[in-house]
Design a protein around this ligand. Sequence first.
Ligand code: NI
Length: 206
Amino acid sequence: MTGRTRLTVILSLAAIVLLGVVAADMVLRGPGQMGDGTPVRSSGQALVGGPFTLTDQDGRRVTPADYRGKYLLIYFGYTFCPDVCPAELQVMTAALDIVGDKAEKIQALFITIDPARDTVAQMKDYIGNFHKRFAALTGSADDIANAAKAYRVYYKKVAAEDGSNDYLMDHSSIVYLMDRSNKFLVHFPYGTGPEKMAAGIEKFVK
Ligand code: NI
């Protein structure tokens, strides 16, 4: 082996090892955790969830500690959403109806990703349309950004096509079930029906 060949071999091996490290890092962190804002769309995201400080529909500042002892069924959306959010909140409501008394062990949370329009009063008015186990949480732009980050939720303002001041929010639509101490259990992707969501709740909520 000439010195030059040996150097080539060593550099190649180094490159392969480096690629292996990068690949392992991607596998461990997962696609939703690369810090590039990629929304979580797949299962097994054990790192979903974390602390938050938000304001509920009665104006109280709340953290996960306020709900300790309850399973959390969490959805991020916004009250001005024309279709996806009300449909998802209906599915959650139907699922909670199906599980019956078990719903008492669950705190459902609707967290806005549009705090500019979703005031405390707006959230209170809106959440009255859905299951009584729901609390509706808003906060400052930073409060919401922090909560969304903790739950790997993507959201982005989209200007109205007609150029008016109205706007839509592009956002991920995932329902999370967390355990009694706000640890991730399972998620329900968009399109999950009420029966399937109820079955998932039954499986974890004891
Ligand atoms: Ni929506």
